[in-house]
Write a protein that binds this ligand. Structure first.
Ligand code: ADP
Ligand code: MG
Length: 732
């Protein structure tokens, strides 16, 4: 009785998209209209308050009580005029989702019974949500104290529509324990950006450009996702509970024809895209490109890059927004890294660079030799940083979901390497091999260094490598190994910190040579040459998905950490703890807490998947298969009874046997898996428990799946209870 599946299919096929109203033909007319933007502040605040808040945004300085009250009053007036009824501090706890707790503006004046709209500076700056259930890794006992949320003025407040038509003023905030430890993603990211700003500005000022006052990390995240019809999603308990399909035989037509990639966007999908893009633009998110991805039903959205903290907020908000808007279109967005076996997974490509307040992209080559020494300096330092801390980058993207993508048999390997492109590679090789340079008076140092040949080659560099986890793409690095469901702040915090650390080293090394009276340009090149040599093994230009690379990487001594618990362990490794504590990004306690939380997240996810697999296998698959088998048995018996020759039903007998074989095997494996889970649950130590889940429990997944997928090919399609891959993936 596989009725649910067919009902769902019927529903899915009869869908009509809701009409999407375009607010105005010009995006500029509504872009950012739901944000408390600079323009809004300028128009609503006194010049003094406006100056105070813009200074706070630019320098991170504190805002006094008076100014906070004025900003709060202006924010309230603006929010009410836009129809908001509630306000909330909006933050990103370590659950991975965004968090809100709505308070009404409306209040009753005690003793009078009169209603007023209330929102003071104190409420804007700090709140104490009863948030004791967010993960804290043991930092904050739930009974003892609350965490605080604190306003982050550098990310504009925005008005977010709730389901049902009301809307809420959201104030981007950090989330910190009563005892001061960060309990969110934003706090360490802000610290790491500040750290990087300081040292990068110093490097610029002392070696390249006195006019730079600020260096900002920038990020543009290309976000991949799948779309599935809501009814089909609801008919797949695994999608509902684990966000991925644990069973499902590959369809006859998958992605092999590559006819989906950059193909025309199906109308129903297009309506959804237009709809959420309008909302995103209103919220000040500069979404710009949309296209089909490689896999069927897979798509991508990319915004213009922004300051990294804002970009991370926007990415988290965009994911939430897409989920909300999809509901209107009866679609479900899947951000899971590997929702379908045998089909490409989803990533989030975090494009990252550094920008000065004078408008220079520090990873952008130029036509001027002098500027290219600056460019090479930053490029080579990124490479050296990635080389020295590849394990940290690996840890920063380690989740249960991404484990299906990195290191699984059909996905990119978990090896960190850097792709530069052939021109850039050659340029570095040349630089590395520049011999000792003796300058005569009047010599052109850049000519002697060979640097003035580089620019024109680089500027039209269109080299691309889709298999590299960390690729230079002409004027930025693209961290491609980030998981699609991740909060971008973790990898960006890691990247900012290792780059800052590396630039400090660079400055120390260069200054040491300058102290020996070496000419500045030569000293810089000398140091860079050393880094190019020292970080060579991290460079890889070939096919990152090939088996050859796995072997080659092993020969080079590069890590290839396949499991999440192991990768997460790097967070508490001596050198990483030293790095983060030295630079005040994390305390040791915070790192241990984060490690604990991430391990727990991992355990929970694998545990849920394991239960879903057990439940579906036993109560949906085995039961259906046995029923079908009985029908076949009756059929064979009937044929025998009326004297049909055996050769006519021998194939059916074969099917009966195969069903028996697979169902009994499934039952055995599910029993064993349940035992493995019990054993893991009885393991006190979190790291050991995570390891058991990642190996002993998870090892059953593939074997059970194999048997179930074989049964899918035998059982009558009319009886099969789970929506099939070909049905799930063909959204039109
Ligand atoms: P490409 O052709 O290299 O993919 P795109 O212009 O399509 O480049 O950009 C891809 C993503 O990279 C976009 O999200 C974009 O905003 C981002 N990006 C571009 N330049 C930078 C930069 N300097 N810093 C951070 N991200 C950037
Ligand atoms: Mg891409």
């Amino acid at each position: 009785m596989a009725i649910a599946r067919f009902k769902a299919l019927e529903l899915a096929q009869s869908r009509l998209s809701p009409t999407v109203k375009i607010p105005h033909e010009k995006v500029t007319e509504y872009y950012g209209s739901m944000t408390f933007s600079d323009d809004v502040m300028r128009s609503l605040l006194s010049p003094e308050a406006y100056l105070k808040i813009t200074t706070a945004i630019q320098t991170g300085s504190k805002i006094d009580r008076e100014a906070a009250d004025e900003v709060a009053a202006a924010m309230k007036a603006w929010a009410l005029s836009k129809g908001a009824t509630h306000y909330t501090h909006w933050f990103q706890p370590l659950t991975g989702a965004t968090a809100e707790k709505h308070d009404a503006f409306f209040d009753i004046v005690p003793g009078t019974g009169k209603a007023v709209e209330k929102f003071k500076g104190s409420a804007l700056v700090q709140q104490e949500p009863d948030a004791s259930s967010f993960p804290n890794g043991g930092i904050r006992s739930t009974f003892e104290a609350h965490g605080y949320t604190g306003w982050d003025p550098s990310s504009p407040a925005f008005i977010y529509e709730n389901a049902g038509g009301t809307s809420t003023l959201c104030i981007p905030s950090v989330f910190v324990a009563y005892t001061g430890e960060a309990l969110d993603y934003k706090t360490p990211l802000l610290k790491s950006s500040e750290l990087l700003d300081k040292i990068a500005t110093k490097v610029m000022n002392e070696y390249f450009d006195r006019n730079v006052d600020k260096v900002t990390p920038t990020m543009g995240a290309e976000q991949e996702y799948f779309l599935v019809d809501e009814a089909l999603y609801n008919a797949r308990p695994d999608l509902m509970m684990a966000n991925r399909t644990v069973f499902g035989h590959a369809p006859a037509k998958g992605q092999q024809l590559e006819d989906h990639y950059f193909g025309s966007i199906p109308p129903r999908i297009n309506a959804f895209m237009v709809d959420y893009e309008i909302e995103a633009l209103r919220l000040g998110m500069p979404v710009r490109t949309r296209h089909n991805e490689v896999a069927p039903a897979q798509f991508e959205v990319a915004p213009t890059f922004e300051e990294v903290n804002l970009a991370c907020d926007h990415n988290a908000l965009l994911m939430d927004l897409m989920t909300k808007v999809a509901a209107r279109h009866k679609l479900k967005v899947l951000f899971h890294e590997k929702p379908f076996a045998g089909i490409n997974g989803s990533g989030k490509h975090n494009n990252w660079s550094l920008a000065t307040d004078t408008g220079i992209n520090l990873l952008g080559p130029s036509t001027k030799p002098k500027e290219n020494l600056r460019f090479l300096t930053f490029l080579v330092n990124v490479m050296k940083a990635v080389h020295d801390y590849a394990d940290l980058l690996r840890a920063s993207i380690a989740t249960a979901g991404n484990e299906h993508r990195l290191g699984a048999n059909e996905a990119p390997p978990a090896i960190m390497s850097v792709f530069l492109g052939s021109e850039m590679s050659r340029a570095l090789d040349e630089l590395e091999n520049v011999g000792e340079i003796k300058l005569e008076k009047g010599d052109n140092v850049y000519l002697k260094l060979g640097i003035n040949k580089i620019p024109s080659l680089l500027l039209d560099n269109t080299d691309r490598n889709r298999t590299s986890p960390f690729a230079f793409t002409g004027n930025k690095f693209e961290f491609r190994a980030v998981g699609s469901s991740a909060n971008s702040a973790s990898p960006m915090t890691a990247l900012n910190t290792i780059m800052a650390n590396q630039l400090m080293q660079f400055k120390a090394d260069t200054d040491a040579l300058l102290a020996k009276d070496m000419k500045k340009e030569l000293a810089i090149v000398e140091v860079l040459k050393g880094y190019i040599k020292a970080s060579k093994r991290i460079r890889f230009e070939g096919n990152g998905y090939s088996d050859d690379w796995v072997e080659e990487a092993e020969r080079r001594g590069l890590s290839n950490i396949k499991t999440t618990p192991e990768a997460l362990g790097f967070y508490v490794r001596h050198d990483i703890v030293d790095l983060f504590t030295r630079h005040n990004i994390f305390t040791e306690k915070e790192l241990e807490a984060r490690y604990e939380i991430e391990l727990e997240n991992y355990i929970k996810k694998v545990q849920i998947e394991s239960r879903v697999i057990g439940d579906l296998a036993m109560n949906h698959i085995v039961s259906t298969a046995l029923k079908y088998q009985s029908q076949l048995v009756d059929n064979v018996r009937g044929q025998k009874d009326i004297g049909i020759e055996e050769r006519y039903y021998s194939h059916t007998v074969e099917s009966i046997k195969r069903i028996a074989e697979y169902t009994s095997r499934i039952q055995m494996l599910v029993d064993e898996m349940t035992e493995a889970r019990k054993k893991a649950n009885n393991t006190e130590n979190t790291a050991e428990r995570a390891l058991l889940y990642g190996t002993d429990v998870k090892n059953y997944f593939e074997d059970i799946r194999y048997c179930v997928d074989k049964l899918e090919l035998i059982i009558d399609d009319d009886e099969w209870p789970l929506v099939k891959y070909r049905e799930l993936l063909m959204v039109r």
